[in-house]
Design a protein around this ligand. Structure first.
Ligand SMILES: CC(C)(COP(=O)(O)OP(=O)(O)OC[C@H]1O[C@@H](n2cnc3c(N)ncnc32)[C@H](O)[C@@H]1OP(=O)(O)O)[C@@H](O)C(=O)NCCC(=O)NCCS
Length: 286
């Protein structure tokens, strides 16, 4: 009989191994796909990274025939009444019997009981079983996007009509103003490069670098559409910023473009990035 209960510290190792088996079979993490394309990053395999991220706190496990058959973790952000269904998996030998549906339903009920008014979950589009489960338990409004990556050697510097340069401390106010005007969050962290046209800020890119792994990801790509930069020029900005980090030893770059944001995706491609996978974020109102 299926038994769903809160996880304990004693479940952690079994959760880790179950997750590695399930996500490995599904090519189900971005870390897995990056490693498949670019090799082992920073001396740690995707499975090492995945294991390190598994938490027994705020998790439920499903037991069948007295064995751990699946788990689902969640995060509840009280200040926004936001519930996030996180890492979840069912052991390959137990898949297709409704376990994930039962587990995810359990987590959704639990998050609503905690006070969540909005719930969200993210997955990769080549895992149709996960998409099906999320839709079955009531998630909807899918928002699709693309994760892209490039090795340092693949970076291209397309012709750019814009002036591209690293941001200085004196640019902070202009960057913040652009964020406010476009209604996107302003975050002063990371390495920022700007593209200017006619002396005004037209776009900026902010890269977050993991020096140990020698990887960086584009934490923010912000384009002022009124300035009509075009994909080549924005690609020039991305490539310029990445090349600067590549010169300091970064080997692999990743970025994200929402499906409806064709300009960003074309800009990444102009810079030498290619699509790693398509992803989807669902939401649900409680
Ligand atoms: C996603 C996962 C948790 C589903 O576990 P599960 O216990 O097999 O799921 P369920 O049995 O409750 O439901 C699976 C549903 O997907 C459907 N499904 C399975 N494979 C499918 C495929 N290739 N195409 C379309 N639908 C598929 C099943 O038919 C079922 O739907 P149904 O009940 O309407 O028939 C499991 O496959 C897994 O661990 N995958 C790897 C890790 C992962 O992707 N985790 C979630 C992503 S964040």
């Amino acid at each position: 009989m299926l038994n769903i209960r809160p996880a304990t510290a004693a479940d952690l190792e079994a959760m880790r191994e179950l997750g590695v088996a399930a996500f490995g079979a599904a090519r189900g993490t971005i870390g897995y796909l990056l490693e498949e394309r670019h090799g082992i990053l920073g001396g740690r395999t995707w499975a090492d990274r995945y294991r390190a991220g598994v938490r027994w706190e705020d998790s439920f496990v499903a037991e069948l025939e007295g064995r751990l058959a699946g788990f689902a973790s969640y995060v509840y952000r009280e200040q926004w009444r936001l519930g996030i269904l996180k890492n979840n998996a069912v052991a390959p030998s137990y898949q297709g019997r409704g376990l994930s549906t039962a587990l995810c339903r359990h987590v959704v009920t639990h998050l609503k009981a905690l006070g969540a008014s909005q719930l969200t979950v993210h997955t990769l589009c080549h895992i149709p079983a996960a998409m099906r489960v999320y839709e079955k338990v009531g998630f909807g409004n899918p928002v699709y996007g693309f994760v892209l990556s490039a090795g340092a050697a693949a970076l291209r510097r397309p012709q750019s009509s814009a002036l591209v340069r690293p941001a200085a401390a004196s640019d902070e106010r202009t960057v913040e103003q652009l964020c406010r005007r476009l209604g996107v969050p302003y975050d002063p962290k990371g390495t920022v490069f700007l593209a200017e046209r006619d002396g005004s800020l037209a776009a900026f890119v902010r890269l977050a670098c993991d020096r140990a792994d020698r990887t960086a990801f584009v934490a923010q790509l912000c384009i002022d559409r009124d300035r009509d930069l075009g994909a080549e020029a924005v690609g020039g900005l991305i490539a310029f910023a990445c090349a600067d980090l590549a010169a300091q030893g970064t080997l692999v770059f990743s970025g994200y473009a929402a499906e409806k944001d064709a300009l960003s995706r074309r800009a990444y491609e102009a810079a030498g990035f290619t699509v790693l996978c398509r992803d989807v974020t669902y939401t649900m109102q409680a």
